[in-house]
Write a protein that binds this ligand. Structure first.
Ligand code: SF4
Length: 477
């Protein structure tokens, strides 16, 4: 009997935060739905690089293929050639709950007394232990993640229909979940009542639909973006078309603000707002809040680039490329030892010396989490000849952990929880440091404060104390 799950996520390499998954769902009679899932997942690869999988239905039966690694390494022509049908569900995973092992790769396939379903989940539950306790004592859990606990909760819920079972599970599940499920003839796509993680829907061809974590996946396969799936909404797609239902559980909206700051691809649209333009406006707002006498503006690649361009536009300073990022350093990357570092081995970033030498440089970045990478970037720029380094950050200081599935840091680790802005500036070796305000950040998105989870920035989470029970790390103050 497997009755435990591993809530200890492995720590990410470097000083960044990590999203946990990307999901897709396709209902398109006559289309190559396995390949549509494949290309959709390719567009969502930034949301998870540990494992991936696709399940398809031909109307009679579900089949799936999943494995560890990147999409391009898992699927080939032979495998995709067998994935025929009119429905597909895709998943790419970054583990925040459960280890990076094969049994946690999704989609899961669940057997129920009303038929099989394939299940793909983005998010993190905050009451997994309570849900686990509601499941039969002899249940056989194959995975070690909280995603499987929700899929089992749905599979074993009361209800004559899948929608009734989903609603029953939504009554008891707490936390973040954007889910795509498929039975042999129907797609179900639903978001938790807070709407923490994104999920959007578009049309494909004349009578098809596609759902995905981000609109960039729709654009990649030629699907037309329709709208976000609402918080608490259950979209059902079958041969009769699309219909929606809602859970009766109502919560305040709480989209993760870091989708706008960092996670989502800049070419995605979230609630009608371009991620690129939101980041550009963050840079402009930062230039108004923290102007500086300097020569050039640069950004730390990749997610801070629109903010850097916005800062340059608002300040009138030229935008230059100061760092080139190696995009092929993954989680299994072998770090150089201290001696190699001191001899100048720099694998992640390399400077463009010609753009930096003798310059007073404004460096725009999207966040400082633990503060371990930032001093290396500052000294890299100084070594390349920068005369002054002024850091400007497009998020406010991260002073609290995330309880909703973002692999970030504990109170002990968060540099802004433990040091003042002046102390951080000194510690990272910058000449000045400015963080965007919460008001500046929210107004850059074109939305309202009340639309977001800002928990790690303000300490006000969408729900307490239930969510706080899942706090990573001890509260040190
Ligand atoms: S606490 Fe921060 S990272 Fe976590 S969901 Fe809220 S805004 Fe996103």
């Amino acid at each position: 009997m497997a009755r435990s799950y591993d809530s200890e996520a492995p720590m990410p390499a470097g000083d960044s935060m990590h999203e946990e998954c990307g999901v897709t769902g396709v209902f398109a009679p006559g289309a190559d739905v396995g390949r549509l899932a494949y290309f959709g997942l390719y567009a969502l690869q930034h949301r998870g690089q540990e494992s991936a999988g696709i399940a398809v239905s031909d109307g009679e039966r579900l089949s799936s293929h999943r494995d560890m690694g990147l999409i391009g390494g898992i699927f080939n022509e032979d495998i995709l050639g067998t994935m025929k049908g009119h429905i597909s569900v895709g998943h790419t995973r970054y583990s925040t709950s459960g280890s990076s092992i094969m049994c946690n790769a999704q989609p899961f396939i669940e057997d129920t007394n009303i038929g099989q379903f394939a299940y793909a989940h983005n998010g993190n539950l905050t009451n997994s232990e309570a849900l686990l306790a509601m499941l039969p004592a002899d249940i056989n859990l194959e995975a070690t993640s909280d995603s499987e606990i929700l899929s089992k909760t749905i599979a074993l819920a009361d209800g004559e229909t899948m929608v009734e079972r989903i609603k029953a599970a939504m009554r008891v599940a707490e936390g973040a979940y954007s889910v795509v499920m498929a039975t042999k003839d129907t797609i179900y796509a639903f978001r938790d009542p807070w709407g923490v993680r994104p999920l959007c829907i578009g049309t494909y061809g004349d009578d098809g639909y596609m759902v995905a974590s981000e609109s960039c996946a729709l654009a990649t396969v030629g699907a037309q973006y329709l709208r976000e799936i609402e918080a608490g909404e259950i979209v059902v797609i079958d041969k009769h078309g699309l219909r929606t239902e809602h859970t009766e559980v109502v919560k305040p909206p709480a989209l993760c603000m870091f989708e706008y700051i960092y996670f989502a691809r800049p070419d995605s649209v979230l609630s009608g707002r371009s991620i690129y333009m939101a980041r550009y406006q963050m840079g402009k707002a930062l230039a108004r809040e923290y102007p500086v006498d300097a020569d050039v503006v640069m950004a730390v690649p990749d997610s801070a680039i629109p903010g850097g361009i916005g800062f340059a536009a608002e300040s009138g300073l030229p935008y230059v490329e100061g760092l080139i990022k190696n995009r092929y350093i993954g989680r299994t990357f072998i770090s150089p030892n201290q001696q190699m570092r001191s001899q100048g081995v720099q694998l992640k970033f390399n400077p463009i010396v010609e753009n930096l030498r003798g310059q007073r440089v404004v460096v725009v970045d999207d966040s400082i989490v633990r503060g371990t990478t930032t001093p290396r970037i500052v000294s890299l720029l100084r070594d390349a000849g920068a005369r002054e380094v002024h850091l400007r950050i497009t998020s406010p200081p991260i002073v609290h952990p995330c309880y909703l599935g973002v692999d970030m840091a504990t109170y002990e680790e968060l540099i802004a929880h433990n040091l003042s802005v002046e102390q951080i500036c000194e510690k990272v070796g910058a000449d000045s440091l400015g963080y965007l305000s919460v008001d500046g950040l929210v107004s850059a998105t074109g939305r309202e404060n009340r639309d977001f989870c800002l928990g790690c920035l303000t300490g006000r989470y969408p729900a307490e104390p239930a969510l706080a029970g899942a706090a990573p790390g001890r509260r040190s103050a």
